[in-house]
Unconditional design. Structure first.
Length: 501
């Protein structure tokens, strides 16, 4: 009888070889800048129209292939780079986590609370935390893979699994959440603006997709566990358990570590109290009554930076791993070193975003893709699936969810309305397509961070880490996420189950 087992190693090598033909993210963004400028020259003068706030706006492609624009781009380069939001987020998060990790707190926590943890249960926790991490915006894309890489290493386990599973569940399931997040609020507001501008007598709220999103999170978690068990573990040669008793006995907590963990608990408690006081003060100053955590959403990067820095410092000082305060700047510097690839890539990435916006090609492409739906005559559910596919492909080039929806919604919503498909269904279909390809997008802002992390934990000099490494390991998750969510969507749609309230 022939062996029907899949040759995972061979399959991954082929995928990696194919994907590694994609240039380094620095050059990918540089090439996209040149393509955008060239395309703006070719299609300059083209016009499209979109409706917003009951106003019909003419959209014209701006020709950027001229000396005046080049001069202005050079003059604005420093500000474009400086005010590129992901740059400051990455640097601060890496600096804070470097203190927490450098103090030895992660290793001590895991060794202090774990005995034998089945890999399936650990993957469940990573996926659960990851898919819900967008409640703190895209900070989770950085924090989750970084923390679980360090966690897995401290358990004598392959840290690459922590990176890949964390990145796939956070980024591939970014639009989903068991709680109401900023994504729900922003997209629903854009939808309502479009509905008002189109004169349609309908409105939605941030909870309009919540029923589906909650169940969708469970799908992402289960699919993540399945792909990790059947694919990633085989590729990265993971054992069944994180460590055995021999490893446990060799790594018992010292008295100093126990002392550090005790004070770490105190530090967490005090930090939480201080945070509550700040929230109360902020709400009072803004005239906000009742329980409102807007302060956390507005200041999440600073809150996370100080949390990891302060708690890491407390553990380090009390356990003896940080003997002098001068050690902190050194740990900060090590964090920045870990983010060096992203810092370098941030320049062309920021310029690409500016060039795309200045040309109006981002809006034009969104409208062009939406207009394709007008020429398709198929059952509504098939068109909705096709819509998801188009959005998922467009997401490989334009990563901003709100920008794409702002220009797709005015076209897609009235088209599907003629098929008696409600705006909340259209928005839901958009969100599925918008999220599943995040973790394989070669233009994703955080792809260089994942490359940096893989390089940081790469112990085999023969393995060259690149874009293809990430894509080859994440593409099974992307395919499975799309299939799982699309199947759930079809069932939900055919049974006419409410997607939210």
């Amino acid at each position: 009888m022939r062996d029907s087992k899949i040759d995972y190693k061979s399959l991954t090598k082929k995928l990696e070889a194919l994907a590694n033909k994609i240039p380094h993210p620095f050059w990918s963004f540089t090439i996209l800048i040149l393509i955008t400028i060239l395309l703006s020259f070719i299609v300059s003068g083209k016009e499209s129209y979109f409706v917003n706030d009951s106003v019909v706006t003419r959209l014209q492609i701006n020709n950027l292939a001229n000396i005046e624009y080049f001069i202005s781009l050079i003059g604005d380069m420093d500000e474009v780079f400086l005010y590129f939001k992901p740059l400051s987020v990455v640097i601060l998060i890496f600096m804070g986590i470097s203190v927490f990790q450098g103090s030895g707190a992660i290793s001590a926590i895991i060794r202090g609370v774990s005995t034998k943890i089945p890999i399936r249960m650990m993957i469940f926790f990573i996926a659960f935390i990851g898919v819900n991490s967008n409640i703190v915006s895209d900070v989770g894309v950085i924090v989750i893979p970084t923390l679980f890489a360090a966690l897995f290493q401290s358990l004598n386990f392959n840290p690459w699994i922590g990176i890949i599973v964390g990145y796939a569940s956070v980024n591939g399931g970014f639009t989903l959440n068991m709680f109401i997040a900023g994504t729900d609020i922003i997209l629903s507001e854009i939808t309502n603006t479009v509905l008002l501008g189109l004169g349609m007598n309908a409105t939605i709220n941030p909870f309009s997709n919540w029923y589906f999103m909650f169940v969708g999170c469970l799908v992402i978690i289960l699919v993540t566990m399945l792909i990790t068990e059947k694919y990633t573990k085989k590729i990265l040669k993971a054992p069944e358990h994180l460590y055995n008793m021999d490893y446990y006995n060799r790594n018992r907590l010292s008295n100093r570590e126990k002392k550090g963990l005790k004070y770490l608990v105190y530090a967490n408690f005090l930090y939480f109290i201080v945070l509550l006081v700040m929230i109360k003060y902020y709400n009072a100053s803004q005239g906000i009554s009742g329980l409102n955590i807007r302060f956390i959403f507005s200041n999440i990067v600073g809150i996370i930076f100080f949390y990891f820095t302060i708690t890491g410092l407390v553990f380090g000082m009390t356990s003896g791993t940080i003997k002098k305060i001068d050690r902190i700047p050194e740990l900060f510097a090590s964090g920045i070193t870990g983010a060096k690839i992203f810092i370098v890539t941030a320049l062309p990435a920021a310029l690409f975003v500016k060039v795309l916006r200045d040309s109006n090609l981002d809006s034009w492409m969104g409208i062009l893709v939406s207009d394709l739906l007008l020429k398709i005559h198929m059952p509504p559910i098939i068109i909705l699936i096709f819509f998801m596919v188009i959005v998922s492909l467009l997401n490989l080039v334009i990563s901003s969810s709100s920008v794409k929806w702002l220009f797709i919604a005015p076209i897609a919503i009235p088209i599907f309305n003629t098929m008696n498909i409600s705006p909340r269904i259209v928005q839901l279909a958009y969100r599925i397509g918008d999220t599943v390809t995040n973790c394989i997008s070669p233009t994703d802002y955080y792809l260089p961070i994942m490359i940096s992390l893989l390089e940081m934990y790469n112990t085999d000099n023969k393995i060259k880490v690149g874009v293809g490494t990430i894509i080859s390991l994440c593409i099974p998750y992307t395919i499975a996420y799309f299939v799982g969510l699309a199947m759930l969507f079809v069932i939900w749609y055919l049974l006419a189950i409410p997607v939210g309230f």
